[in-house]
Design a protein around this ligand. Structure first.
Ligand SMILES: Nc1ncnc2c1ncn2[C@@H]1O[C@H](COP(=O)(O)OP(=O)(O)O)[C@@H](O)[C@H]1O
Ligand SMILES: [Mg+2]
Length: 423
């Protein structure tokens, strides 16, 4: 059957056909109420991409993220084993992917799809297990970092301490000395070392901050190995929703993402070198799966103005990610609040309805060059149903009106109560 493939250039199309692509939606012919669904749209999953998902609240951004993750898990084993995905779950909604979307059984049938759950692995911060248990959030394991993985800058962003300030200068020197003395250290060692310093109001201020940091539950002596987080052929959900209950909640979430992005990119770069060496001797072997990272509410991690602990690692990821093989999916209702470097690197954009002209402008800047009409007119022509979106494909320089497909697994979205009602 005829189909549209986005995210794949003509060379790859010729060589690989539709292998390694996922079914994400259908093309609309006609406009608004007259629009009819026609041929299926597939998206390349085998190559690294920077994907943007935009749209007003409730239009289907998180839903579509889940769809792409489903498609990764539906790839044939031979391709899937070289890939893995991490969903950064800021709202605690992706655990429901374990369950079939029985609610939309009929809609799925008309798409020739059937409800099913997927074996996603849900990880929560190691020190917050009790909290997740009492909130009845199901999980399969935990993740953590070693305190020694954090630079003075990481601490500075998270504590909102300017490294040029008096406290900041102290902090930077303290972490530097600690790192020089011990390659790896725990939060406990860090606290002892700080308490050993001569008493001063600066030291005491930092002791206060660091003792709060111990409560975030994201530290352990060794920290998680990357192989515990990215597993070949698997989708891991890092549920960081409960970190939001701390006073510096968003900072801690961005810290987690920053540390993770830095580590993953580093590991992928190492793996890529080994793969190159192997392939010179004729061996095709993957040393670490290619990673897809899904980041919902992306403007919080990679804001247009100001910096977070995740800014530099994510910018590096989008800028050099193609080579080591890391993909990023960024969803936000406010593309104009997203860092310009991320927007400009996007090669596939799925945009639901957007109304604010500032948000449309953010998109126009990257995509307008190959559009025949103004971007707003493409979006206006969409029928007013959930999951309707335009897809801009920089690889083929094409734009499509699309209906994103219904989910195969349950989408908890904004309705976490619904699942309880039907059980
Ligand atoms: N492609 C789609 N097909 C059918 N329903 C959809 C689709 N996308 C979204 N929806 C519906 O819209 C609701 C909100 O979507 P969601 O992705 O949670 O919004 P947001 O854009 O705020 O992340 C979902 O719970 C679902 O019922
Ligand atoms: Mg959402």
């Amino acid at each position: 059957m005829h189909k549209i493939i986005v995210g794949r250039d003509s060379w790859d199309l010729e060589k690989y056909g539709d292998a390694g692509t996922g079914y994400v939606g259908k093309n609309y012919a006609g406009e608004k109420k007259e629009a009819r669904l026609t041929i299926p749209i597939y998206m390349d999953l085998a190559r690294p991409h920077v994907v943007g998902i935009f749209g007003k609240r409730g239009m289907g951004k998180s839903y579509t993220m889940g769809t792409i993750a489903e498609e990764i898990m539906l790839l044939p084993e031979s391709i899937r084993k070289n890939m893995s995905a991490i969903i950064i779950d800021t709202m605690g909604i992706f655990w429901s992917m374990k369950y079939p979307n029985d609610r939309d059984f009929k809609a799925l049938l008309s798409w020739n799809l059937h409800p099913r759950g997927f074996p996603v692995e849900i990880l929560v911060p190691k020190g917050l297990e009790d909290e997740y248990k009492s909130e009845e959030i199901p999980y399969d394991g935990t993740f953590s970092f070693s305190a020694s993985e954090l630079t003075a800058e990481d601490w500075g962003y998270t504590f909102e301490i300017d490294l040029m300030s008096e406290v900041g200068v102290f902090l930077e020197r303290f972490i530097k000395e600690l790192r020089e003395n011990e390659k790896t250290y725990t939060m406990e060692t860090l606290m002892y070392a700080l308490e050993d310093m001569p008493s001063s109001h600066i030291r005491d201020a930092l002791i206060n901050r660091f003792s709060v940091a111990e409560e975030w539950g994201i530290f352990s002596p060794a920290g998680s190995g990357m192989s515990e987080i990215v597993k070949p052929g698997m989708v891991t959900v890092l549920d960081i929703s409960l970190l939001g209950s701390f006073s510096l909640g968003w900072n801690v979430k961005t810290l987690v993402v920053g540390l993770l992005a830095r580590k993953l990119l580093h590991e992928r770069m190492k793996a890529r070198r080994k793969e190159e060496i192997d392939s010179m001797s004729g061996i095709e072997r993957s040393h670490m799966p290619i990673v897809w990272m899904f980041l919902d509410e992306a403007h919080q991690f990679l804001p247009e103005t100001g910096k977070t602990a995740a800014t530099d690692p994510l910018i590096q990821w989008v800028k050099v990610g193609r080579e080591p093989g890391v993909s990023l999916v960024l969803a936000t209702q406010q593309p104009n609040k997203l860092h310009e470097a991320a927007i400009s690197q996007m090669d596939v954009v799925i945009s639901h309805r957007l109304t604010a002209s500032s948000d449309l402008n953010a998109l126009r800047n990257i995509m307008q060059t190959y559009l025949r009409y103004d971007l707003a007119s493409y979006i206006d022509a969409l029928p007013r149903v959930k999951g309707a979106a335009i897809i801009l494909d920089d690889n083929s320089e094409r734009i499509y009106a699309a209906q994103m497909r219904p989910r195969i697994s349950w989408h908890a979205g904004g309705t976490p109560i619904a699942i309880k009602e039907t059980e």
